[in-house]
Structure formats: structure tokens, C-alpha cells
Design a protein around this ligand. Structure first.
Ligand SMILES: [Fe+2]
Length: 151
């Protein structure tokens, strides 16, 4: 939930900076872009922890989001054009990574990709800096980059 709020703040900044963006697409896409992750994990009582599902391995959260949303779009008679537009944003927000269902081809998809990654990376960097400040480690790697904190 924190990640969705962080991504929404990034998306809001982009909407203000780039007024040609479709606000509905950006906001809807941001709110629902990771909803498919509910199909990626399940609680395993033996392990007493969440484990990765076959759904995550075989389909991923982008396709999962569409599975979840499609019945609601049908129920509320959302036009096929709008469905396909919103599915492009949600289904391709991971860029060229394997989880995406197709290439990014709208400005909103590309901007959501950046807003999403920026929030996830900033969170990782904050946690890394917290570990650094606590003296737990002096070698911190985030997204394959070794971080150096300047004070
Ligand atoms: Fe995300």
C-alpha cells in the first residue's frame, strides 16, 4: 500500500509536469498496476510464510491484474477501447521485463514505468541507508549498483 501511495505521488508530479498525459489513465493505472501480485503469493501454513505461486512464475502480476480487472470492466460495460488502453498501461508497466504482456506504447505506460521504479528504488535506497547508518554493513548494493552515501 505504501508503494502505491508513493507511486501515486510520483505520477501526480508527472501529470503536473507533463500536461499531455491522460490523467485518468495515469491514476487508474497507478492504483491498479500491482493488483495482480495478490495471485503471485500464497500463505503456506507448513512454512508459516508466503511462498511464490506458479501464477507468478508462469504469468506474473501484469497478466494477473488483467485477470482480476476484466470481469469488473465487463460488469460495468467499459468500452473495449478503454479496456485495451488501461490494460496496456497496467499490463506493460514493467517495460521490457518478462512480466509485461506487451511493449510499452502509450506515454502513460512509460511514465508509470518510471514512477513505479523510482518509488521502488527510493524505498530500497532508504532501507540501505538505514542499514548503513546503523553500522550493519558498509557494502550496500541496490539494483546492481554499489551505493556510496555522502555525508
Ligand atoms: Fe509497482
Amino acid at each position: 500500500m505504501e508503494h502505491i501511495l508513493g507511486t501515486l505521488k510520483n505520477a501526480d508530479t508527472m501529470i503536473k509536469r507533463y500536461p499531455f498525459l491522460n490523467k485518468t489513465g495515469m491514476i487508474f493505472g497507478t492504483i491498479f498496476h500491482d493488483i495482480g501480485e495478490v495471485l503471485d503469493y500464497r500463505f503456506d501454513s507448513k512454512a508459516n510464510d508466503y511462498i511464490t505461486t506458479n501464477h507468478r512464475r508462469l504469468i506474473g502480476h501484469c497478466g494477473g491484474a488483467i485477470e482480476i480487472l476484466k470481469p469488473y470492466f465487463s460488469k460495468y460495460n467499459i468500452s473495449m477501447d478503454l479496456q485495451e488502453y488501461l490494460f496496456q498501461i497496467i499490463g506493460s508497466h514493467m517495460g521490457n521485463e518478462m512480466a509485461s504482456i506487451s511493449e510499452m506504447c502509450t506515454p502513460e505506460t512509460i511514465c508509470l514505468n518510471f514512477a513505479d521504479h523510482m518509488d521502488a528504488l527510493a524505498d530500497s535506497m532508504q532501507r540501505a541507508k538505514d542499514k548503513y547508518l546503523q553500522g550493519k554493513t558498509n557494502k550496500i548494493t541496490v539494483a546492481n549498483s554499489c551505493l556510496y552515501f555522502y555525508e
